[in-house]
Design a protein around this ligand. Structure first.
Ligand SMILES: [Zn+2]
Length: 115
């Protein structure tokens, strides 16, 4: 193995990539194949996204950031909260569940009724 092209098929071409050596900033579609990967990579290190097109050093993807929770995750949290808060009184629970169902429908409409 003399050159190495990390699998980035799952990433969008616009994924932010940077070079710590020269400060280059770009996207994953700009980086080059890593030459002499055996000498340059070692187990346990962060796998570079590729080679910096400016200076040839290893370029890395931007640190992943916590994605915003999806609508579904928010709904599930609300559902869990309702179940915890209303477990004593079934009538209150039914009422709270009705409200949540209204919210679900509203969100579905807001998102264009997808899925
Ligand atoms: Zn560079």
């Amino acid at each position: 193995m003399s050159s190495f092209y990390p699998c980035t098929d799952h990433l969008p071409d616009s994924a932010e990539t940077h070079c710590d050596d020269c400060g280059w900033l770009g996207t994953i579609s700009d980086v080059e194949m890593i030459q002499s990967a055996q000498q340059r990579l070692s187990a346990g290190e962060t796998i570079p996204a590729g080679e910096c097109p400016e200076c040839g050093a290893c370029a890395y993807l931007a640190e992943p950031t916590d994605p915003a929770p999806s609508t579904l995750e928010v709904i599930n949290l609300a559902q869990a909260t309702i179940e915890r808060l209303t477990c004593i009184d079934p009538n209150k629970r039914a009422s709270a569940q009705g409200t949540l169902d209204v919210i679900r429908v509203a969100i579905d409409k807001a998102e264009g009724g997808a899925s």
